[in-house]
Design a protein around this ligand. Structure first.
Ligand code: ADP
Ligand code: ASP
Ligand code: MG
Length: 468
């Protein structure tokens, strides 16, 4: 079997964790499988790189960040490589060169004061490029051949910096040329997650949390038999376990459930991960590198239907509700079209839309980081309507989207009643509602500060802490 296994930031967060990740990869190889490893940056590193880039763009750059990163990775290399002087020198040399590049980029940035998405990708992708040589060294130290591979050599993407999309045919060709020979030689390639490169070789990133997506892209490109996502919890759970104490592992979910869950805020999977796997019907497993004996979650075509219909409750934080309202909006054609034109021009991603049937109000949810920009553009584009009083207000409110998700919600009556009953009992005000036509989820907007209580109320109402 060919398995692509991805290790997240906490799973490679220390020399001990890297050694354990290597052990898991080597154990699968020892069972006769071909293994491709995809690694994230060590935990916290991507955030540190982005912070450094932002500071540098404001003229505040000190080499201290790069020193700290070098220290952390160097210490890990020392622990993992042990006594082999050649290997140690080679690894330290790579780390030094990569941090040197990072330093130069930040230094340049502190001169020009302009952080473009392209430059941010070049900087934020450094973390994976520091981690991969360490993971490869750890695998070698455990007696298996291994090479670190920059995904810039194997994943070809569009030039949408900060959220690039793979070009699958080119990617498949490169994977065949670069990775297949390593696999054929019995080696374990360790590919950097999160990054790729355009056809011209310019580094891109796939978006925050994108190493899961990298694993699925490589899985599809290599026609892998399975994609394993090693993380720090026992698989995909009925809710975020750090928010809901009674959250339980879902042993099996369908591709559509996984994709819906990820889209609606379950951080355990990047929301784009499922598509490449689904297209090739490659089973995906989500496993706990801190508890590898646990079977985790399996993502398959069928999923595992559960009795109540709702399998999990998720939430999206850091979002804002933009509401355009006014009694004079009724019957004025084109306001909705104009509003969404503006949103599209601002390249803001709309997570949810709802319009009251009275036409007095349309509202939609976007990321709070985009809200200021969108609000300003809306007020300018709808200036005339505001002046005439057709629109009374364009307002922003910090909110959270809470979603109840499950394939079997379709055709199960009474789910909406349970949702609203539970929130009513908890005294939580629902600001807006939307039910996808797929009927795989009901999502509602609540005030940001009610989000945790809303998630817990729904988890309780559907008794998700009990075995299905
Ligand atoms: P990694 O670094 O391995 O990619 P992430 O932090 O991106 O890990 O994702 C794992 C985290 O996702 C968990 O620690 C948990 O807090 C969070 N999470 C949110 N929703 C869920 C859910 N429904 N099931 C499991 N974990 C979830
Ligand atoms: N290191 C990247 C991030 O923190 C990608 C990942 O971990 O999946 O966003
Ligand atoms: Mg992640």
């Amino acid at each position: 079997m060919l398995i692509v296994m991805k290790f997240g930031g906490t799973s490679v967060g220390s020399p001990e964790r890297i050694a354990e990740a290597a052990r898991l990869a080597v154990a699968s190889a020892a069972q006769g499988h071909q293994v491709v490893v995809v690694t994230s940056a060590m935990s916290g590193v991507t955030n540190a790189l982005i912070d450094a880039a932002q500071s540098a763009s404001k003229g505040q750059w000190t080499a201290a960040v790069s020193q700290q990163l070098l220290e952390r990775h160097r210490a890990a290399a020392e622990t993992l490589i042990g006594t082999d002087p050649v290997r140690k020198t080679a690894t330290l040399d790579i780390l030094g060169r990569r941090l040197d590049r990072f330093e130069k980029l930040c230094y340049g940035l502190s001169m020009v004061h302009e952080l473009t998405p392209r430059l941010l990708d070049a900087i934020s992708g450094t973390g994976e490029m520091l981690a991969a040589p360490l993971v490869a060294a750890a695998i070698q130290a455990q007696g298996r051949g291994s090479q670190a591979v920059d995904a810039t050599e194997v994943i070809v993407t569009t030039d949408q910096f900060g959220g690039a999309e793979p070009l699958m045919d080119d990617t498949a060709r490169k994977c065949a040329a670069v990775l297949q020979p390593m696999l054929a030689a019995g080696e374990i390639p360790v590919v950097t997650g999160f990054i790729g490169a355009t056809a011209d070789g310019v580094l891109t990133t796939l978006g925050r949390g994108g190493s899961d997506y990298s694993a699925a892209i490589l899985g599809a490109a290599l026609d892998a038999d399975e994609v394993w996502i090693w993380t720090d919890v026992d698989g995909v759970m009925t809710a975020n376990p750090s928010e809901v104490a009674g959250a339980r592992t879902l042993p099996e979910i369908s591709y559509s459930e996984a994709s819906e869950l990820a889209y609606y805020g379950a951080k355990v999977l990047h929301y784009k991960t499922i598509l490449p796997a689904f297209r090739k019907r490659i089973p995906v497993r989500i496993l706990n590198s801190f508890n590898p004996a646990h079977p985790g979650t399996r993502v398959t075509v069928e999923g595992h239907p559960s009795a109540s219909g709702v399998k999990a409750v998720t939430s999206i934080r850091g979002v804002s509700l933009i509401a355009i309202s006014g009694t004079g909006m009724q019957g004025i054609p084109g306001i909705v079209a104009k509003a969404f034109d503006v949103v599209a021009q601002q390249q803001a991603n709309v997570l949810m839309i709802s319009q009251a049937s009275s036409e007095n109000n349309i509202c939609f949810v976007i990321s709070s980081s985009e809200a200021g920009r969108v609000l300003k553009a809306l007020r300018s584009a709808l200036e005339v309507e505001l002046l005439r009083g057709n629109i009374e207000e364009i307002a922003e409110q910090p909110v959270a989207v809470v979603a109840a998700i499950g394939d079997r919600m379709r055709g199960t009556p009474g789910i909406a009643a349970t949702v609203f009953g539970a929130l009513g009992t908890a005294g939580i005000n629902v600001v807006a509602i939307s039910q996808g036509s797929s009927e795989r989820n009901i999502s509602l907007v609540v005030d940001a500060q009610d989000a945790s209580r809303a998630v817990r109320a729904l988890h309780d109402a559907f008794q998700l802490d009990r075995q299905a």
